[in-house]
Design a protein around this ligand. Structure first.
Ligand code: FAD
Length: 306
């Protein structure tokens, strides 16, 4: 079976990304995880999720952008997404990645770009979640978030933390003192053992520790996982502490454990689905394969189906 680290390594190969993006037949195999290539198709996918009781977060795939002009295109795209959410009446916020706005080469430009999107969301009464990328940009991402959070309120901009990072428990405590709305996930990148727990048991244990801090904070957070053990631990802790189902949300990825998404929504938990779209799907798609290498077989099988 293909190893997780190999798939994540391949996700960062620019040559493969270019090839895969241009090669049309690949589109079919990505359909499970990526809603489509444009905003209109994604609005339709979200409308369907809404009909099943789930809200969404709209995400334009294009990480690791390398030119200022391209980052400005990303700002325009997100303004179009925010307008489409309003016009269509779908229940969705947006997620952004800061490398999409220039974090790899110009943090100040990144701040200005992200600010433009957050300002547009504020004007429309919507919410922007800043995704967390690899550990090379963790601090820079948190710094830009803190700056934006000092200008915009709790319900306009939020952040993500990853339980595989050794620093995360401390980060959660600091972020809660701001306060901040946080999405807790395990983490999806290849990280060295100095910065991330190599053992899955430690990642899960840290997830539960952070989840407890979040739930007790009184702020509305996102518990992002498909791991039933993490979900059960969250349900159990909320019950024991008398924390209502409406006081936090579960979050999952488009195309992953749809049965679980719908079941939790039926049980009265707010459930938000992360819905990515766009032409530059390659790194995102490869990370999804890495999370469950059995997906490689699923995808290959589907490619050859009628
Ligand atoms: C809404 C949301 C937003 C996220 N945002 C970020 C982010 O900003 N930064 C970041 O680094 N990571 C992000 N992630 C990814 C996250 O870090 C994990 O890589 C991913 O969620 C898998 O971890 P898990 O908690 O589901 O647990 P795991 O232990 O990895 O998986 C538990 C079980 O869930 C199922 N499962 C998990 N992933 C898949 C998959 N791809 N396909 C099929 N089944 C699967 C399998 O049954 C698996 O056994 C996000 C995840 C979600 C749900």
């Amino acid at each position: 079976m293909v190893a997780r680290s190999t798939l994540i390594f391949l996700s960062r190969r620019e040559g493969l990304k270019d090839f895969a993006t241009r090669f049309k037949p690949f589109r079919k195999m990505t359909a499970r995880f990526v809603a489509g290539e444009d905003i209109e198709t994604t609005v339709r996918a979200i409308r369907e999720l809404n009909a099943h009781g789930c809200t969404a977060t709209f995400d334009h795939l294009n990480e690791g952008v390398t030119s200022a002009a391209e980052t400005e295109g990303e700002v325009r795209e997100y303004k179009r997404v925010l307008a489409a959410i309003d016009e269509s009446g779908i229940r969705s916020n947006v997620s952004i990645k800061l490398t999409q706005f220039g974090l790899a080469f110009d943090p100040e430009l990144t701040y200005r770009n992200a600010r433009a999107v957050v300002e547009e969301a504020a004007r429309r009464g919507n919410f922007v979640r800043i995704d967390m990328e690899d550990s090379a940009v963790t601090q820079a991402t948190l710094d830009i978030f803190r700056r934006l959070r000092s200008e915009f309120d709790l319900d306009t901009v939020g952040i993500v933390v990853q339980s595989y990072l050794r620093r995360t428990f401390d980060d959660v405590q600091e972020l809660l003192s701001v306060p901040a709305r946080i999405r807790l996930c395990k983490g999806a990148y290849n990280e060295p053992p100095e910065v991330a727990f190599p053992d899955k048991r430690d990642v899960d244990e840290n997830y539960v520790r952070c989840m407890k801090l979040l739930l007790k904070s009184g702020v509305y957070h996102g518990i992002a996982t498909h791991d039933e053990r993490m979900i059960e631990a969250t349900e159990e802790f909320a019950r024991a502490e008398g924390i209502g189902r409406e006081q936090f949300e579960f979050q999952m990825l488009y195309g992953v454990r749809r049965d679980l998404q719908e079941r939790l929504a039926r049980e009265g938990y707010p459930v938000r689905v992360y819905v990515p779209y766009g032409k530059t799907w390659y790194p995102y798609f490869m990370r999804r394969l890495a999370e469950r290498p059995a997906n490689v077989w699923f995808v290959v099988k589907n490619m050859f189906k009628g």
